[in-house]
Design a protein around this ligand. Structure first.
Ligand SMILES: *[C@@H]1O[C@H](CO)[C@@H](O)[C@H](O)[C@H]1NC(C)=O
Length: 406
């Protein structure tokens, strides 16, 4: 019983970054000697400047006191030009961080490609990831530091990063979100006056509803209420690199689950992932998230709603003035905020049926890009993503951009 619990628990953790996570499990079983990173190393120094791009580190303080690292990237020539192109903010998904947009070659990685096309690239890193672990009064050892879900990531982290970029550039910005980054974007875009700050957004693996996840493993975990168990166990930070996380991964690969099949059994197949680069990816991913965030995601799967966090009857009444958490009304996203939605036929997390549901509730008609053979990770790490996807994003943004210098 205990072993199967641990196995299922690990699968939960692997839910949204499963290819990486599966490989991580395999790697760590053979070699648990992972290196901690010195705290003063920045993302700019680590991955971006070394590739010859100009990069500066910015710090954004959220309304609830978190200190987020935001990087501003441009190509060497882009930096020399007087005028930069329009700003674009890249918002990563669950268990990932801003580094994920720069993990392949400059010809393959969206972050570099946008900079090479003269965009003023800004890289978001949500609270709790390795690059954004500061707070004005809390330490990341405090359990209160981890008391948030994607709702706070949308209303504080994303919204405050967007305001910050606006204040520096004086221009409406473009947003690119992947996976949980699209949940955050769609929730944030329902706020009043958002069209004064955001011109358009490209949503990769777009998620607002999670009702049609079909993977049996995921459903089983949800039905077992593993999210509640983790919280009841007093675990607030979900960190796969901690001893706790490593032990979990060790035991899951110890005869209980075939780790090589983990990916396919949860997300379906990623067509275009470069397996020989996994060791390098693992120097950066996965990043921590919070147990409460996992719980919020599981609430979405259970209830089929796109709502605020459900605290239970009484606390909902107290906090929201109603017994059920308020929904995010996609109909409030302004028509003038153009959307490109790119989704994959093999993506079992952003299910096609749930994407249709999202489309039905939006006022505008987003541009759609359906990539039949794409799984959840191909959208950021696929070897042919430039031709399949990124070229479309650039064309879409250029057709929306008002800046004539561009
Ligand atoms: C896959 O990664 C290896 C190792 O970095 C690299 O040499 C190779 O060119 C990559 N393949 C593709 C198709 O990008």
């Amino acid at each position: 019983m205990e072993n199967s619990l641990v196995a299922v628990l690990t699968l939960v953790l692997c839910l949204f970054a499963s290819q990486i996570c599966a490989q991580f499990a395999v790697t760590l079983t053979g070699n648990s000697n992972h290196r901690p990173r010195p705290p003063d190393v920045t993302l700019c120094a680590q991955l971006i400047q070394s590739a010859g791009y100009h990069c500066s580190e910015h710090k954004v303080q959220t309304k609830d006191g978190y200190l987020l690292a935001l990087q501003r990237v441009s190509s060497r020539t882009g930096y020399i030009k007087e005028q930069r192109g329009p700003p674009v903010l890249l918002q990563h998904g669950l268990f990932l961080a801003g580094d994920v947009w720069f993990l392949d070659s400059p010809e393959q990685s969206l972050g570099f490609i946008l900079a090479d096309h003269d965009f003023d690239v800004w890289v978001g890193n949500v609270r709790g990831t390795r690059w954004s672990r500061g707070h004005i009064s809390l330490s990341d050892k405090d359990k209160d530091f981890w008391d948030w879900s994607w709702q706070e990531l949308a209303m504080y982290d994303l919204t405050d990063m967007i305001s910050y970029i606006n204040s520096i550039t004086n221009t409406k910005i473009f947003v690119v979100g992947h996976s949980q980054g699209t949940i955050m974007s769609l929730a944030a875009f329902t706020q009043p006056n958002i069209e004064e700050m955001v011109e358009a957004a490209a949503l990769l693996c777009p998620i607002s509803y999670l009702e049609h996840i079909t993977a049996p493993f995921v459903l089983r975990m949800v039905n077992m209420h593993l999210d509640q168990m983790i919280l009841a166990m007093g675990i607030h930070q979900l960190n796969l690199r901690s001893d706790w996380g490593v032990n979990l991964l060790d035991s899951v690969c110890d005869g209980h689950v075939d780790c090589n099949d983990l990916l396919t059994s949860i997300t379906g197949e990623n067509c275009c992932f470069n397996n020989s680069r996994v060791d390098f990816y693992l120097e950066y991913e996965p990043h921590p998230s919070s147990s409460r965030n996992l719980r919020h995601l599981f609430q979405m799967i259970r209830k089929g709603t796109f709502s605020k966090y459900d605290y239970g009857f009484f606390k909902n009444l107290k906090l929201y003035g109603q017994s059920k958490p308020p929904v995010f009304d996609l109909g409030r996203i302004p028509d003038s905020l153009s959307l490109l939605m790119a989704y994959g036929g093999n993506d079992d997390l952003a299910d096609v049926m749930d994407v249709q549901h999202t489309l039905k509730e939006l006022r505008s008609k987003p541009e759609l890009l359906y990539l039949e053979n794409y799984g959840h990770i191909d959208f950021i790490l696929g070897v042919d993503a430039k031709k399949d996807l990124y070229d479309h994003i650039i064309k879409f943004f250029r057709s929306r951009g008002k800046s004539s210098s561009f």
